[in-house]
Write a protein that binds this ligand. Structure first.
Ligand code: ADP
Ligand code: MG
Length: 436
């Protein structure tokens, strides 16, 4: 898609009528340089911040302007009864050919999408109900998944906040299908990455805004560049003042239009495959991370209907008002398979791999547990993944998690652990506390 027909400025009103508004519309919340990112548990929203992801002055860089007046800005007041809670959706993929002929294993999940509930059956006598923000049956379309799970995050990013969409689940349950599907032959199959960029491109103007991407793979605690595979072990840099996280050593490409993005995604996917073939491993063992940085010029009159209004924006030396530039970042993460890797019998590199492989995933789980329990210490420093997420998974950033499962009772234990991960994530709330 060419950008010639792109519309400038804010999303259309239909685009903005989101189901899940940004996570900072509650009382006392604010953003800007003085905001301190803070997580808490959803039933205790007004607690004191404690030392964790939030211990650092991770200013709510989810929304930052180049003008010096960002502290005057308050976040939009939207009608979200639970601002800041991480949204968790669950998607069940259809039975595959093997499962269809697998008479020994019945389905262990039963869905009640209208009640947003899922019943997990251990056997004929034991079953448990779980509630999620959304429950998607096998028939749910890619479009519906995007619009429900990711679009609210994308809208928030277009409004200047950071955001993250992550897919979590056992290998083979549909994470890459949900997140990374290119849909070359059938656009209805396009996944979250493509649809998100489509929305971002339509809602930015090439002459005044910029949309840049990096595409990374995190494998055994090494960040590799999927757009330049010779680059490995790329360091993560965190700005001491702002808390902004970046990977400056990675290739950054300014996206021209959707076709350009599709090409880049395809190159990245091919490099992912090649890198993993070379290492004799599977892509299911690595995390793929699409990082999109947006700089959006905002005219003052565009801001008049919102509480983001700048009080005194900068002027150039001729006295003309300079446009306000909003910076924001979207991370779309196709996580490594959540199944446990059996260390027994492994030796040499395989043992090494088994130890490291899911360090980031384990660390993400620990952070989620700690956040859900409102623990004073969130161990974000333990892994590259949680370090990368530091400024996009908290504060005023908005986060959606889609967990994927298969229907067959053959994988009951893995399915249970995936569901428990999602249940714990539902308890997390991101809040922002002003430091005046
Ligand atoms: P993962 O990334 O979790 O390992 P994949 O996305 O590669 O899993 O999916 C495994 C297989 O199942 C692929 O062949 C994929 O096309 C198929 N698949 C996954 N989810 C769906 C779905 N919702 N509808 C149809 N096919 C699916
Ligand atoms: Mg995959």
């Amino acid at each position: 898609m060419a950008t010639s027909g792109a519309t400038a400025g804010r999303p259309s009103s239909s685009h903005r009528s989101e189901r899940l508004p940004p996570n900072h519309g509650s009382n006392n919340h604010g953003s800007g340089r003085n905001g301190v990112a803070n997580f808490s548990v959803n039933n205790q929203q007004q607690q004191q911040p404690s030392q964790n992801l939030r211990s650092k002055n991770v200013s709510a860089n989810s929304r930052r302007s180049v003008t010096p007046t960002s502290r005057n800005r308050s976040p939009p007041q939207e009608n979200d009864p639970e601002p800041g809670r991480v949204r968790v959706a669950i998607r069940v993929r259809p039975r595959n050919a093997q499962e269809l002929s697998d008479a020994d294993y019945a389905d262990c999940v039963e869905l009640q999408p209208e009640l947003k509930k899922l019943k997990l059956r251990k056997n004929n006598w034991n079953s448990e109900f779980y509630k999620f923000d959304e429950v998607f049956a096998e028939s749910a379309s890619q479009k519906r998944i995007y619009e429900t799970v990711a679009k609210p995050v994308v809208e928030s990013v277009l409004n200047g906040y950071n955001g993250t969409v992550m897919a979590y689940g056992q290998t083979g349950t549909g994470k890459t299908y949900t997140v990374g599907r290119l849909g070359k032959d059938d656009v209805s199959e396009r996944g979250i990455m493509v649809r998100a960029l489509e929305d971002i491109i339509v809602n930015t103007t090439p002459s005044s805004d910029s949309v840049e991407m990096s595409f990374l793979q995190l494998y055994m605690e090494s960040i590799q560049d999927l757009l330049a595979p010779e680059k490995i072990n790329i360091p993560i840099v965190e700005d001491a003042k702002t808390g902004e996280v970046s990977v400056p050593g990675a290739t950054v490409v300014k996206i021209q239009d959707l076709d350009h993005f599709l090409q880049l995604l395809q190159i990245g996917e091919a490099n992912r495959l090649a890198a993993n073939t070379k290492l004799n491993t599977e892509s299911s063992r690595s995390h793929a991370i699409l990082m999109v940085n947006i700089r959006k010029s905002v005219k003052n009159d565009e801001e008049t209907d919102s509480s983001f209004q700048e009080k005194d924006s900068k002027t150039d030396r001729h006295g003309n008002q300079m446009p306000i530039v909003r910076k924001s970042k979207l991370l779309i993460v196709d996580l490594a398979g959540s199944e446990r890797i059996d260390k027994s019998g492994s030796e040499g590199r395989l043992l090494e791999e088994a130890k490291f492989i899911n360090l980031s995933l384990t660390s993400l789980g620990k952070c989620i547990n700690a956040l859900a329990e409102n623990s004073p210490h969130i161990p974000t420093r333990d892994s590259k993944l949680t370090r990368l997420l530091r400024d996009s998974f908290g504060g005023s950033a908005r986060t959606s998690l889609i967990i994927t499962i298969g229907p067959s009772s053959r994988h009951y234990p893995e399915t249970t652990s995936t569901i428990m991960f999602g249940q714990r994530a539902m308890k997390i709330v991101n809040t922002v506390k002003l430091r005046e």
